[in-house]
Design a protein around this ligand. Structure first.
Ligand SMILES: Cc1cc2nc3c(=O)[nH]c(=O)nc-3n(C[C@H](O)[C@H](O)[C@H](O)COP(=O)(O)OP(=O)(O)OC[C@H]3O[C@@H](n4cnc5c(N)ncnc54)[C@H](O)[C@@H]3O)c2cc1C
Length: 491
């Protein structure tokens, strides 16, 4: 039985498209399948776009459960919960709670940080080499509304210090000097945190550009094509069955179906608890932005995180036009990513996003869920995304078999809240595993060993082989390399 392709990738979100790229670049004959008509139509479609390795951290942290509980009773809450009768929600919740211990949190965070740091270097390299722009703004500020909020960020600042990240605290006036277009903001601002090298960009726009490069390079694209099942045929052949009954075979089959990955997993299903944690965004395109706001938005050169509400405010500048996106909130809701979210919750999320965004830029129109009025004037686009999340917050990257060498089934999924920030690195890591250039990366593998922090050694080995890839960031004053960070993580 012959293989149709060297590799088939199921899922054309940011993770699947990057994975396709990393493999096609190595000369593999690729087929990319997605049930959507084009790439990045689901979780990668309208996220906050932030790339800030210093803040990449698991949801499960010391005190997170208490904070989430208190949050349930607050207005404009960052976290909400729709209890489900499904055992999988409770199962996930219990496993999530068990990851909140300090030592586990630190270990998980170190792994994510290493991956995100490496990933940013890979993204820069790919974007530079192909001449593709991805960056909308070259800065990101986490803004604290009150003194108490700022004081609570002490451990975060300590983590940035420990990681050797160059950062500084700005007063309200310093923030406004740095970013004059924020001067009319009506919220209280105690301080803002700025980390050198943080940035934001339109994830979907970049994924589409990369997908176009893949197409130009000969990749076979199967859009509007759902995959029903995946399996191994032999030690050197894997197969996916499409919804129309067709069978496609390849030496390697990679599952990158984000929050839907679990639906295609039969055997090791219970070991990969990927849960769809919903989040929301509102995007105001130029047509829906009042004339009083537009000039300031065009000048806005930073993305913002309103720490109190965990809502990101991101300007998206591209081809002479500017949009504004507010994104955030976490809903532990129905267990299947395709399950519907109650309209009342959608309204609540849209109102919260609008209220907070309006405190930064007043006069923004509100979203409407009223069909009759929806065409009457330009309105923001409302989006629901499902973060594919594991209880420990780490993605799962590696073989789906206990014996990697005997199976061509692989997974690259579970990137949670930071898939855009980790996709490029995850893709190169998986490509190295598939091609045998890296023997293993235990801390991200299906058979995770809880006692070992990432793959720092693996990432270092990987960084050593970067070859043409940059040894330092091409951002002017950035003075550390992924390799150096990996060394730091090991200490
Ligand atoms: C509100 C919000 C804000 C966020 N902000 C950020 C941020 O600022 N920075 C950051 O780094 N990350 C952010 N994220 C997270 C990021 O968006 C995700 O981690 C990332 O998009 C996941 O990408 P993915 O490719 O794994 O999944 P997806 O983009 O969902 O791709 C999976 C693909 O698989 C396809 N698929 C599924 N099942 C099948 C099947 N059976 N057959 C064929 N195709 C199938 C789907 O159609 C989909 O296209 C945010 C997420 C949310 C919700």
């Amino acid at each position: 039985m012959a293989a149709d392709y060297d590799a088939i990738i199921v899922g054309a979100g940011v993770v699947g498209v990057f994975t396709a790229w990393a493999l096609q670049e190595r000369g593999l004959k690729i087929c990319l399948v997605d049930r959507e008509v084009g790439p990045a139509q689901q979780t990668s479609a309208a996220n906050a776009g932030v790339i800030a390795p210093g803040y990449v951290a698991p949801f499960a942290s010391p005190g997170a459960a208490r904070k989430a509980f208190i949050n349930l009773f607050q207005e404009d809450r960052a976290f909400s919960w729709a209890p489900s009768a499904s055992a999988s929600q409770w199962h996930w919740l219990l496993r999530w709670l068990s990851q909140g211990k300090q030592t586990r949190y630190e270990r998980n965070r170190a792994s994510m940080f290493a991956l995100a740091t490496y990933s940013q270097a890979c993204l820069h390299e790919v974007a530079n080499r192909l001449g593709l722009s991805y960056r909308s703004v070259p800065a990101y500020h986490v803004v604290f509304r009150t003194k108490e909020d700022f004081e609570r960020s002490q451990s975060l600042r300590q983590q940035l210090n420990n990681a050797g990240l160059v950062h500084r605290v700005l007063s309200r006036d310093e923030l406004f000097t740095f970013e004059p277009s924020l001067r009319d903001a009506s919220l209280p601002i105690e301080a803002a945190l700025q980390v050198q090298g943080d940035e934001a960009g339109d994830c979907r726009a970049f994924v589409i550009k990369l997908w176009e490069q893949l197409m130009a390079g000969g990749m076979h694209w199967l859009g509007s094509t759902a995959v029903d099942s995946i399996s191994t045929v032999s030690s050197s052949l894997s197969e996916c069955v499409l919804a129309d009954g067709r069978r496609l075979r390849a030496k390697h089959l990679i599952l990158a179906a984000g929050p839907w990955s679990l639906t295609l997993l039969k055997g090791p299903k219970h070991r990969i608890p990927i849960y769809p944690i919903r989040g929301f965004s509102l995007t105001w395109d130029e047509a829906s932005i009042p004339a009083s706001v537009l000039p300031r938005l065009r000048q806005l050169g930073t993305a913002l995180m309103d720490d109190r509400y965990k809502i990101a405010i991101t300007p998206l500048h591209s081809d002479g036009t500017s949009s504004l996106r507010a994104a955030g909130m976490a809903l532990l809701g129905p267990p299947a990513a395709s399950d519907r979210i109650a309209l009342a919750r959608q309204r609540e999320a849209a109102n919260t996003l609008w209220r907070i965004a309006s405190q930064w830029f007043s006069g923004l129109p509100q979203a409407t869920f009223d069909q009759a009025n929806s065409h009457a004037r330009a309105l923001p686009r409302f989006w629901i995304g499902s973060r594919p999340m594991l209880p420990d917050g780490l993605p799962v990257i590696g073989s789906l078999s206990q014996h990697a060498s005997q199976s061509g089934l692989w997974i690259n999924s579970g990137h949670g809240s930071t898939g855009w920030a980790m996709a490029a690195g995850s893709a190169y890591l998986l490509a190295d595993l598939i091609l045998g250039a890296l023997p293993s990366c235990d801390s991200l593998a299906v058979s995770r060993l809880p006692s070992k922090a990432i793959g720092s050694a693996s990432l270092e080995a990987r960084s050593n082989r970067l070859g043409a890839r940059p040894s330092t960031y091409p951002i002017d004053t950035m003075d550390f390399s992924p390799l150096r960070w990996c060394r730091r993580a090991q200490n």
